[in-house]
Design a protein around this ligand. Structure first.
Ligand code: ATP
Ligand code: MG
Length: 420
């Protein structure tokens, strides 16, 4: 396998060739590592995150590369020897090759520079511990053999997930969550020793030793997986779901809801971020108490918090929503809630309620009556609570089709003033 780099997009190959050239001028060596190598081997699309291992001084090389690429250094941890550079659509992570020592389980490791072979052996899974040296040949990369001292390619061919040493999950329990995502995405099965280590990590509650922030980061990554429900299904099979989100379980209904979302996601793509809808759909059947516990345990970003709190309230109102007899009734019911929670409700319900909520999201929610506050003032409505109330009633009448144009609206307002 020395043709793997030829499968990279030409633009990326060119960037990497320039990087290899520059690195060699300061006596450093660059290696393509991690997910990109794995995905190249599999022949699946390579994401926009590219990991490079650097045998050399990252603090010296990062500015050289950013400058040559016309990119921007967006993160830099000189004491860890890491830096991230954005260039075009790519995020290129540089990390000095290192060994790690975990002074205690689940804390961040102490790191020390080390050659690549040792760096690969401190990684999570064999399939993520392969590397390709970057060597420039003109504007392109020279094809180089796969450096795979830990047998990652054999494991990939057998669809095997294999941890690299016995204390791996104890050192860093996030690997359990990484393993779940990878195994679900690439349809991998842990080998016997890895499965035993997973079971031991679950029995010993290693995940509970992590800070909530670290667990949360992994959970967020799950939302961007091609099939987040498959990750939950596997978590259930491994018996770890309750340690991540109490009350969460895979069900066929969950999978159907997510599939429905996938088919129709364009409906809400411009109004709600996909991750927010997916989070809501995964958590839709978790009980109120358990969702409250989840909200207390993690410091979730405000839009997620609001969506979940609204969902707790909204899902109990489904019968009322279904029974609401007019667009204006529905508008009154839904108006206090975030669009994200309403979008989740819409994907979680069946026809005809689904269509009804969809019309609210796309039409009724956005409808403006033919007259605004200034128009009402001109028609003689005094400022104050009466004006606000008239505006709301005017909107309701417009929603229900009782008022269709400006002239009708003006007549309606005059009539209200006579009646009051
Ligand atoms: P993805 O396709 O999900 O991006 P990835 O393997 O590229 O997968 P990254 O989080 O980008 O995942 O990590 C890059 C590489 O760094 C991994 O392939 C692995 O070699 C190593 N790595 C990341 N996290 C850990 C960890 N917790 N423990 C050990 N090695 C890790
Ligand atoms: Mg990656």
């Amino acid at each position: 396998m020395n043709d793997l780099v030829t499968k990279l997009e030409p633009a990326l190959r060119n960037l990497l060739a320039r990087a290899a050239d520059l690195a060699s001028s300061v006596h450093a060596t660059l290696w393509l590592v991690g997910g990109v190598v794995r995905d190249l081997w599999l022949g699946v699309p390579v994401g926009r995150d590219v990991d490079l291992a650097v045998e050399g001084d990252v603090n010296q090389i990062a500015p050289l590369l950013a400058n040559a690429w016309g990119g921007e250094i967006v993160a830099r941890h000189p004491s860890f020897g890491t830096a991230s550079i954005t260039v075009g659509n790519w995020l290129i992570d540089l990390a000095q090759t290192r060994t790690e020592r975990y002074p205690q389980p689940a804390v961040l490791p102490e790191v020390q520079p080390a050659p690549l072979a040792l760096d690969l052996s401190r990684r999570d899974f064999s399939i993520n511990a392969m590397a390709i040296q970057l060597v420039a040949q003109g504007n392109d990369l020279l094809p180089m053999p796969l450096f795979d001292p830990l047998g990652g390619a054999t494991d990939l061919a057998a669809r095997r997930l294999r941890l690299l040493h016995e204390q791996s999950l104890r050192d860093d329990p996030t690997r359990l969550l990484r393993g779940l995502r990878l195994a679900a995405r690439l349809d991998l099965t842990p080998d016997t020793a890895t499965m035993a280590q997973i079971q031991q990590a679950i029995a010993a509650h290693y995940l509970a030793l992590l800070t909530p922030e670290r667990v949360q980061t992994e959970l967020c990554l799950t939302l961007s997986e091609p099939d987040p429900a498959a990750v939950v299904a596997l978590a259930d099979r491994w018996g770890v779901t309750y340690q991540i989100v109490p009350g969460l379980h895979w069900t066929p209904t969950m999978a159907e809801r997510l599939a429905r979302y996938r088919r129709n996601s364009a409906r809400t793509a411009n109004v709600v971020p996909a991750e927010l809808v997916i989070a809501g759909l995964l958590l839709y059947d978790v009980s109120d108490d358990e969702l409250m516990m989840f909200l207390r345990r993690y410091h979730l970003p405000n839009p997620v918090r609001r969506m979940l709190n609204d969902l707790i309230a909204l899902r109990t109102q489904l019968p009322t929503i279904a029974a609401s007899s007019s667009p204006s009734c529905l508008d009154t019911l839904l108006q206090p809630y975030s669009v994200a929670a309403i979008a989740v409700l819409h994907y979680a319900t069946d026809e005809p309620i689904q269509q009804y909520i969809a019309r609210y999201l796309h039409e009724w929610r956005l409808l403006r009556p033919p007259l605004n506050g200034d128009d009402l003032r001109r028609l003689g409505v005094p400022p104050g609570p009466q004006l606000g109330q008239l505006l709301r009633r005017l909107r309701a009448a417009t929603l229900d089709g009782l008022i269709t144009d400006r002239a009708m609206a003006e007549q309606w307002v005059r009539q209200q003033l006579v009646d009051s």
